[in-house]
Write a protein that binds this ligand. Structure first.
Ligand SMILES: NC(=O)c1ccc[n+]([C@@H]2O[C@H](COP(=O)([O-])OP(=O)(O)OC[C@H]3O[C@@H](n4cnc5c(N)ncnc54)[C@H](OP(=O)(O)O)[C@@H]3O)[C@@H](O)[C@H]2O)c1
Length: 233
């Protein structure tokens, strides 16, 4: 039977690369993000019946519940959850607005929590359940101008480590994916001036996820750190 995979933040960047890689692996993919237009444009190239776009805002409990009901009704199962949706504002702490702070925490940290909690009843029934949380090198180290982003990402990694212990007895695997800078639309709105040509590719991150998923039943890859060959930007 086909693996059923849910990818959040699937319309662009790392999420879109994951959709592509899982489809090439033969999975059925539920691709979700907030914006219907972006989502539909990103999945148009795939054959019907391989990918199912579903609009969902990970910060909204009712939107997440509706996504759960759709998956339960249509697929009756879920094997893999990729918590990828994210957002970031890069500014000094003195300049962070409460709105930017809350949007970042709500999307990355609360979004990962809401989605994970909602999907656990289906994942518990899978023979090969795996949750991947897309964290960041900003989950482990403070970088200039990353106050809200790092607060959310450190929290997301802490949540991931607790989740791993709590669902181990249910035979659900949990892997933290920890990339450095990845060349995605994420950087289009940033003023960092970083050279995007030396960043990781979104496909590198998707490949790392497939690597962890394909390990034997007894082998759990708990964490994968990927960095640009030149190091941190
Ligand atoms: N790019 C990097 O250098 C880098 C490095 C390490 C970790 N990461 C992490 O990797 C993840 C993906 O980043 P990316 O670089 O691919 O970013 P991106 O290109 O900006 O894409 C972000 C995705 O998240 C979706 N999204 C944003 N807010 C959402 C919400 N509230 N609910 C549902 N979907 C939402 C966006 O779609 P809609 O606008 O349609 O909702 C989009 O599909 C993030 O968690 C990011 O922190 C990125």
């Amino acid at each position: 039977m086909n693996t059923v995979v849910l990818v959040t933040g699937a319309s662009k960047g790392i999420g879109a690369a994951n959709v592509d890689r899982w489809i090439r692996k033969g999975a059925l993919v539920i691709a979700s993000s907030r914006t219907k237009k972006n989502l539909e444009a990103s999945v148009r190239k795939y054959a019907k019946g391989r990918v199912f776009p579903v609009v969902c805002d990970v910060t909204s409990p009712s939107s997440v519940k509706a996504l759960f009901r759709t998956i339960k009704t249509k697929f009756k199962r879920l094997d893999v959850l990729v918590n990828n949706a994210g957002i970031g504002y890069f500014e000094p702490i003195e300049k962070i607005t409460l709105d930017h702070w809350q949007t970042t925490i709500n999307t990355i940290l609360t979004g990962t929590f809401l989605m994970t909690k909602a999907m656990l009843p289906l994942l518990k029934k899978s023979e090969r359940a795996h949750i991947f949380n897309i964290c960041s090198t900003a989950s482990k180290k403070g970088f200039m101008n990353c106050g809200s982003y790092s607060a959310a990402k450190f929290g997301q990694l802490g949540f991931t480590e607790v989740l791993r212990e709590e669902v181990r007895p249910m035979r659900i695997k949990v892997t933290a994916i920890i990339p450095g800078a990845v060349d995605t639309p994420f950087w289009e709105k940033q003023t960092s001036g970083f050279d995007r040509s030396i960043m990781l590719h979104a496909a590198d991150v998707a490949e790392a996820i497939i690597y962890a998923y394909e390990q034997t039943k007894n082998n759990l890859v708990e964490e994968i750190v990927l960095k640009p060959a030149c190091g941190d930007l």
